[in-house]
Design a protein around this ligand. Structure first.
Ligand code: GLU
Length: 477
């Protein structure tokens, strides 16, 4: 396979992912050909289509869908709307999806889509037309379907776009049995699942909580265990960053810095997340928040003093240029690819623990998997068993009361007899997935002394799982 060319001495996002892959592949025993099959993207679909803007003008839209690995079906990954979308970026993100799904045992291959637009430059009807046309293009080339390729929200998209995609798919594939399963992250009324919106941020919270729960690792960083009192800087208060910060704040962490694209703010005594969001909404900027220092150069915010840094915006934010000035002791990657390999090298030399993207932000696709299962089974989780469980729990409580002659107070009683709703089951599945996966990759690192960081351990985990799957499929007899 020909080497990708780097521009201006900077490696591209996809090259960065390949670089991380190669570092990890050295710790596996798979043949080179199999590693190549796992590494590169299987299918790249680049399209252009026109959209009407105004009454008699048109704009040509550039868009992509990349399917990275078909070792499992369907393939899965979000669709991003951003002016920075390009083939390299979508390929990198598709590859990350493969490794992400493998690390958290979500039985999908990886994919990603992107439309090169600034959504703010289009009206709502125009955005709907672009989304529907993009979906129709995917259908024409068999790049979407519950059993083929299942998109989801990403940067610049939300449940709204997913509803348009599902509706377009159902209109064209009018005889499909499970049309809602063609896309996840939908509104609840369209077959979405409770807890999907906050899932990625909640997953970032669990990832951070697990990392700081290990005494041995925290000792090395000079930190105590637990989230309580940890000082946090967060980059990006979009869907991922906002919920990550919210759950961390609720668990007792102190949000000291918040960076957004227009600038950043810092207060060592803490910022109240919802007040900051309110301030930004009413003034149009995060800057100027009461009692906080302003950073017009937003990236400088990441260099301020804190225990934990959570980049939850875009790729290539921490590079060899600013890594030496990063003060955080632990970094959880809410975004995909926020740290370049050269930046990571510097951070690791300083002893920073990096909780890597392919694990840390996998909460979104985990709950997408639950949504897809719901769509295929055509029933809400908890619908069949909730009342049955509640009756059984009530029976146990009443038997205990009779046997002991004591009465359980009503708050405790309500807790004991509660049967699981959809949201309870989603949260339980998400928490269990994030906790087990953290310890799985940490174990890989601990077992092999040559593996020095969690990212390499995560990639080794993913490569082994994907390799196993390809070998069992029998395509390498
Ligand atoms: N876009 C999200 C990600 O990068 C979610 C993908 C999905 O749910 O399929 O992980």
């Amino acid at each position: 396979m020909a080497k990708l060319k780097s521009k201006n001495n900077h490696t591209s996002f996809f090259e960065n992912v390949l670089n991380f892959f190669d570092t990890a592949a050295k710790h596996t025993k798979h043949p080179e050909g199999l590693l190549e099959q796992i590494k590169y993207c299987n299918s790249v679909y680049r399209m252009t289509f026109p959209v009407r803007v105004g009454t008699d003008n048109y704009k040509v839209i550039e868009a992509y869908r990349v399917e990275h690995s078909h070792h499992k079906s369907p393939v899965k990954g979000g669709i991003r709307y951003s002016v920075s979308v390009n083939q390299d970026e979508v390929m990198a993100l598709a590859a990350l999806m493969t490794f992400k799904c493998a690390v958290v045992d979500v039985p999908f291959g990886g994919a990603k889509g992107g439309i090169k637009i600034d959504p703010k430059e289009f009206t709502l009807p125009q955005l709907e037309r672009i989304t529907r046309r993009y979906t129709a293009e995917l259908i024409k080339k068999n790049f979407i379907g519950p059993q083929i390729d299942v998109p989801a929200p990403d940067y610049g998209t939300s449940a709204r776009e997913m509803a348009w995609i599902a509706d377009t798919y159902s209109q064209i594939k009018y005889d499909a049995v499970d049309p809602a399963g063609c896309v996840t992250g939908k509104p609840i009324s369209q077959g979405g699942i409770r807890g999907r919106k906050e899932a990625t941020g909640k997953g970032v919270f669990y990832a951070t909580r697990e990392a700081v729960s290990v005494e041995e690792d925290m000792k090395k960083l000079g930190l105590s265990t637990g989230i309580e009192g940890k000082k946090i800087i967060i980059q990006g208060v979009g869907n991922v960053g906002y919920y990550a910060a919210k759950f961390l704040e609720e668990a007792g962490a102190v949000i000291v810095g918040i960076a957004e694209y227009e600038g950043g703010i810092y207060n060592k005594n803490g910022l109240k997340l919802d007040e900051v969001v309110k301030h930004r909404k009413s003034t149009g900027s995060i800057l100027g928040f009461k009692n906080a220092a302003d950073f017009k150069n937003t990236i400088k915010t990441l260099e301020q003093s804190c225990d934990i840094l959570i980049p939850a915006a875009l790729e290539n934010q921490i590079t060899k240029d600013n890594a030496p000035r990063i003060k955080a002791k632990l970094i959880t990657e809410g975004a995909n690819g926020p740290i370049t390999p050269a930046g990571e090298k510097i951070l690791l030399e300083k002893g920073v623990i990096i909780v890597p993207d392919l694990y840390a932000n996998a909460g979104g696709v985990t709950v997408s998997y639950f949504e897809w299962l719901k769509n295929l089974s055509h029933v809400r989780f908890g619908r069949m068993g909730k009342r049955f469980d509640e009756a059984a729990f009530k029976n146990i409580v009443e038997t205990m009361e009779q046997l002991t002659g004591k009465t359980i107070n009503s708050a405790r009683r309500n807790l004991l007899i509660h049967g699981a709703d959809e949201i309870d089951l989603v949260n339980s599945g998400l928490e269990d997935t994030m906790c087990s996966a953290y310890h799985e990759i940490r174990e890989i690192k601990m077992r092999n002394k040559k593996i020095k960081d969690l990212r390499t351990a995560g990639y080794v985990d993913a490569i082994d799982k994907v390799a196993d799957s390809y070998l069992a499929l029998g395509i390498f007899p």
